[in-house]
Write a protein of this length. Structure first.
Length: 270
């Protein structure tokens, strides 16, 4: 990956990147730059879709997420810290796969999954191993192959060619590969729900069949939850619309709630 060019006897050595137009006089700078090609977007935010290869950028991004969860899911008790996190969560409540492959019947919930799938239709393998004749369609497939040339070859990792899935066991990879064949081999033991993913079955069971008792409820709407902190976050969504009792500090979103309160608490003033 490192090329050096001597422009003349009087000038210093220039190190050029073989993958792009980047050049530098310092070899260490080039090594750091090459990490962008070898390990793109290795830092991924768990709260949204943000990715970066730079650790300082990743830390700076983390500050943008407030500790206050103020985006409740309308279908379950989940409360997200930001709209992007809520959008990602909502895909769990639907089996809709909006992104379709034009070359086969494959469909995906997320565009990134479709993008990875499309690689199987591409015969071009641009990532070559510097030690043998191996070529890969994806840079992470090449990184996985390079383990066979290292001293850590015993700790082999099996990588799916169609997505980002990795495992240390070939049996796990075979099981995972079924998910790309659209075979729904995992079934709910309580109802007829089926999925290609075992994790979907667990999620379905928890969300549909094992719902905890929702004993915390909003006095201003029909929202219910099993957790007090979720109710507290939900109540904040009504704060800007509250009507106030003229005789005490009681507030409510609906005027009828205030009138009912006055009749019960302040009957002599109603």
């Amino acid at each position: 990956l490192i090329h050096d060019v001597r422009k003349s006897a009087q000038t210093s050595v220039m190190f050029l990147c073989a993958n792009c137009d980047y050049s530098t006089k310092a070899k260490d700078n080039l090594r750091r730059h090459i990490q962008k090609h070898l390990f793109p977007n290795k830092y991924q935010c768990l709260q949204c879709d943000y990715k970066t290869h730079n650790s300082s950028h990743f830390k700076r991004h983390g500050i943008t997420h407030s500790e206050i969860r103020s985006h409740p899911c309308s279908k379950c008790d989940f409360v997200a810290r930001c709209p992007a996190s809520l959008r990602n969560h909502l895909t769990l409540h639907t089996n809709e796969r909006r992104y379709s492959c034009k070359k086969c019947n494959y469909k995906a919930k997320q565009y990134s999954h479709l993008r990875n799938h499309l690689l199987i239709h591409n015969s071009i393998k641009p990532h070559a191993c510097p030690h043998c004749d191996y070529r890969g369609k994806r840079i992470d497939a090449l990184r996985n192959h390079l383990l066979s040339h290292s001293n850590n070859a015993a700790a082999e990792t099996y990588l799916c060619e169609d997505c980002d899935y990795k495992t240390s066991k070939m049996a796990n990879l075979r099981s995972h590969r079924l998910t790309h064949s659209r075979i729904k081999s995992f079934s709910c033991s309580i109802c007829d729900y089926k999925s290609s993913y075992r994790s979907d079955i667990s999620r379905h069971t928890n969300n549909v069949h094992n719902k905890p008792d929702k004993r915390f409820f909003c006095t201003d709407c029909n929202y219910k939850t099993s957790r007090a902190d979720h109710l507290k976050a939900h109540v904040k969504t009504h704060s800007s619309l509250r009507k106030k009792c003229p005789h005490c500090e009681y507030k409510a979103v609906k005027s009828i709630s205030v009138r009912t309160h006055i009749k019960k608490i302040h009957p002599d003033k109603s």
